[in-house]
Structures are given as C-alpha cells and as structure tokens.
Design a protein around this ligand. Structure first.
Ligand code: NAP
Ligand code: MG
Length: 489
C-alpha cells in the first residue's frame, strides 16, 4: 500500500473543479442611470455620463450620470427640505419602520444585489452573496432598532440630529459602505446625499430604486454619481452639516482641510497596513487560514486587510511552507464562478498600482513568491503574492497596496512584535494568533489599532464599532459609537 503520509496534493487551480457560474439573468441593469434626487431619477445638469465596466471582462455594463456643482446644489436643497419638513420631525418609531423596510427589501432582493455587486466590482460572487449583502441588510436592521431609543443611548443628553449628511464611499464594498453610512444617519433623523465611487455605482443606484419601493419620503435619501470632483463639490457645499468619508488617506487629508473651520462635523475612515501576528503556540493551520482570509479576501481591497504578517522565528519555516501550499490552491478568475477565491481587481488603475508595488518590493530586495494560477487574458487580475525578506523600512511594509500582496517578517519576542506591528503611519486593525489568553490581553492593550482580532480575522458585526487611529482616520462606524457621529448631544 502506498504511504499516504508522504503524499502531497498538487492542485491545479484552473482544473480541479468544474465551472459553477452564477446566472446573470436576475440582474436588471439599465443602459443608463440618472441621479436620484428628491425621490426621482433626474437627468444631470452637466448632461454628461460615464461608463461603468465589469473589471472581470472589461465590458461596459451601463452609463451613469456625472453630477456637477449645479446638481449638488439641487440635491442638497432637496435633502434640506426633506429634513426640515418631514424627516427631522418624524418620531423615531416611525423612522424605524422605513429603515426596517429597507433591510427587508435588501434581503428579498439579495441575489440581484449580489450579482450586480460582483459584475460591477469584480469581487467573487461567494463574497457578495455571503458577506456584503447580508451584512448590509443587518446594518439596516440594527440601526432600525435604535431609531426610537436614542434617549436611552445618550441618557440626559437630549440627542438631536445634525441635519444633512454628505457621504462619500469607496469601491471596495459599495453596498455595504452605503449601508454603513445611510442606516445610522437615518436612524438619528438626518437626511443624506450619498456619492458612491466612480467604478462601482450600480448597487447604490439599485438601492435608490429600493428606497423608492420602500416609499421613503422624497429627499430623505439622495444618491448622486460622479468622480472625485462631484465628491469635492459635496464636501464643500455650505448646505451640509456633516461629512462622512471612507476612502484613501490622501483624499481624507484634502477633505479634513476643506472642512476645517466650517462647523461641519466630520468622520474619516481611511487606509490601513494591518499586521497579523502568529506566535509559536498558535494553532498554525487555523492561523494560516486566517492570514489567507485576511489578505486575499476581496483581492486585498480591504482597508483592514492583514497585509503584513509577523511570524515568531521558531515557526517561520513551517508557516511559510503552509502559506505557499495554500496559495497554490486558491482559485483566481471569473468572479461569477462560485468556486472562485480571488476575483478581478476593481479597475485597470488599481491593477497598475498593485503591479507597481510588486516591482518596488523586488527592487527593495524582498523575495517574491506568486501562485502559479493561470489568470484570464481579458479583465484585471493579479496572482496572490507573498514577499519574504522584508525590512521594516521597505515601502511594501509601510504603504497601503490594496491588493493581494502579503509582506512577511519575523520576530522573537512579544515586545518586538508590538514594535513592528505599530511601526507604520496607520492604525486601523491587527490580528493576534496564540493559544494563550494572557498574551492576547497583553497584545491587544499595546497594539495601536482600532480593531484587534484574536484567533480570527475580518469578522464584522453591526454592534461593534469600527474605525482607526493615526492616518487611518477618526470617528467610529457601527454600534452605539456610530450613532454619536450623527447626533448633537
Ligand atoms: P479614494 O480615491 O479616496 O475615493 C473614495 C471616494 O472619494 C470615491 O467616491 C471618490 O470618487 C471620492 N473622491 C475622490 N477625490 C475626492 C475629493 N477630492 N473630494 C471628495 N471626494 C473625493 O479611495 P478609493 O481608492 O476609492 O478607495 C480605497 C481607499 O479607501 C483605501 O485607501 C482604503 O483603505 C480606504 N478604505 C477605508 C475604509 C475604512 O473603513 N477605513 C473602508 C474602505 C476603504 P471617485 O471614485 O470618482 O474617485
Ligand atoms: Mg464597475
């Protein structure tokens, strides 16, 4: 009989599983989308439209309106009107019903939302179906529950809404980020103008249709599309009371300057460079799985991605081999296939950024390992990539790459791990893998990060506040903290 213990499974990521494509037929995508202002879809004053493409195939999905300053003016007025006349005065228990209805409708149309999210953004259908859409619905359910209990959330502090919120979101979790922004704002009695990212506007526009269906009073939620200048016009509009921004640290800094001295309330959720830290007493297979999930989930397009790995020296060789073996099993390709682990990079531009960093890593003297996965010829794809021999000062250890690229370093002691983990300009998240509870407590109290996961990674719940320190921004979204960002107390 053959000795099975020495048998090493070889995976060919393109051939081990038969294709299992999700059907596109459920996704009703219009040829053209207008701006959602005051409960109606309206043509942009600019008369301009831009294409949104499927990054997995490079085909154009739809044309989307580009809002200019005149459109922003109109939409802010609509939101102000809805705030003054309806939403700002409505009792919390009535607002809750609408928010609850949005959550239910997202659940009912979950499959359509998941398919459109994947087509427009390139993330694997498994993720949009099992993570993005249900988590977005949960967020609305959770904040529907708070709408009539604000006095209990902030006892004796007479919580009051701020007014009109201008909300700007990135392309990595388009529907989920819209939910994170809209749900708490509505629960607190604010009206909103939301601007999704240029490359992923479709699920936000679908959400606009759903908001019509939910019969929300006109102007309570407005959704305008456009590029960075649309976002800038919104931020700079004197008629808004609050800016909520999720995106890059670079744009976050511009917004902070623009808002300074205006009296507008501001929350910024920016970039990250999180470290996953594996101690020698950790269950290594689980830890490796967590690290893989932490950086390759959503192609590494995750602000809290575990883009650095710190491994205790005594288990370094073992962990590295396990990581390389696991990397070879990851299926890279068509995001609509239910077997796919790593889908398409969101845009050509982002693929160029990632490839630039892969070159920089090699030039800096780090050693590269890429999976041998065969990637499709059309569309934007990147093989999962590891770097070893990384110095703390290397750019690939300090700067956010926002792609499936992991930088690996070693450490000997807890203190060294903490020092290395904290030594970047960011402070959004971190992960600790160990068998010892005391070590977890020591590490979590010393890691300068808004979220620290222990023996797991990338777990989200609407009850838990999320946000960063240092160049990762300020303010929290989610939980009770997320209400505070939309209230005067
Ligand atoms: P980005 O370039 O900063 O864009 C974010 C949003 O801001 C987009 O809607 C963008 O429009 C808009 N925008 C661009 N320039 C603007 C300006 N001058 N004024 C106002 N708005 C402007 O970021 P991204 O590349 O889309 O997203 C990736 C970044 O987001 C990463 O750095 C990531 O870490 C961060 N992120 C953070 C979190 C968090 O919670 N901390 C979550 C997700 C993502 P266009 O799309 O048209 O450019
Ligand atoms: Mg797109």
């Amino acid at each position: 009989m053959a000795k099975t213990s020495t048998l090493r499974l070889k995976f060919d990521s393109t051939r081990t599983l038969a294709p299992a494509p999700e059907s596109k037929s459920i996704a009703k995508i219009a040829e053209r989308y207008e701006l959602f202002i005051n409960g109606k879809f309206e043509k942009p004053a600019s008369k301009k439209y831009f294409n949104t493409v499927n990054p997995a195939t490079e085909e154009v999905l739809s044309k989307v309106a580009a809002a200019n300053a005149a459109d922003v003016d109109k939409v802010v007025m609509a939101a102000r009107n809805a705030y003054n006349k309806v939403w700002g005065k409505m009792p919390g228990k009535e607002r809750a019903k609408y928010i609850f209805r949005i959550a239910r409708l997202i659940q009912e149309r979950a499959r359509e939302f998941a398919v459109i999210e994947t087509l427009d953004g390139g993330k694997p259908i498994r993720e949009s179906r099992d993570f993005d859409v249900p988590t977005a619905a949960n967020h609305f359910f959770y904040y529907a529950g708070w709408a009539d209990k604000l006095e209990y959330a902030f006892p004796n502090r007479n919580p009051q809404p701020l007014g009109v919120a201008g909300q700007i979101i990135p392309w990595n979790f388009p529907l989920l980020m819209a939910a994170w922004k809209i749900a708490p704002a509505l629960a607190c009695g604010n009206t909103v103008v939301l601007k999704p990212a240029e490359t992923t506007p479709l699920t936000a526009l679908k959400l606009a249709e759903l908001i019509q269906e939910a019969d929300l009073p006109p102007g309570v939620v407005n959704i305008i599309t456009g590029a960075g200048d649309t976002g800038a016009a919104l931020v700079n509009h004197p008629g808004i009371n609050k800016v909520a921004f999720t995106g890059s640290t670079e744009v976050g800094k511009i917004i902070q300057k623009a808002v300074a001295g205006t009296g507008k309330k501001l929350t910024l959720e920016l970039g990250g460079k999180a470290a996953n830290i594996i101690f020698d007493d950790a269950p290594l297979d689980q830890a490796v799985e967590g690290v893989i999930n932490g950086i390759f989930f959503n192609q590494g397009h995750v602000c809290c991605a575990g883009s650095r790995l710190l491994v205790q020296e005594s288990v370094y060789k073992q962990v590295l081999q396990k990581l390389k073996d696991r990397l070879e099993t990851l299926i890279v390709g068509d995001p609509m296939d239910k077997n796919t682990d790593i889908g398409a990079i969101n845009s050509r531009q982002q693929l160029e950024v990632i490839n630039k960093y892969i070159k920089i890593g090699q030039q800096e003297g780090a050693e590269m390992f890429q999976s041998s996965a065969v990637i499709p010829k059309k569309g934007f794809y990147c093989r999962p990539t590891l770097f070893t021999n990384v110095a703390q000062s290397n750019r690939i250890a300090q700067e956010e790459i926002f792609g499936p690229v992991l930088s690996i370093q070693t450490f000997r002691t807890e203190d060294e791990a903490i020092e290395k983990a904290n030594n970047t300009p960011f402070g959004l998240s971190a992960g600790v893998w160990t068998d010892k509870g005391s070590k977890i407590f020591n590490m979590t109290s010393k890691l300068k990060a808004g979220v620290v996961w222990a023996n797991t990674y990338n777990k989200f719940d609407p009850v838990s506040p999320f946000g960063g320190f240092k160049e990762s921004g300020f303010g929290r979204e989610g939980g009770l903290h997320g209400l505070g960002a939309y209230l005067k107390v």
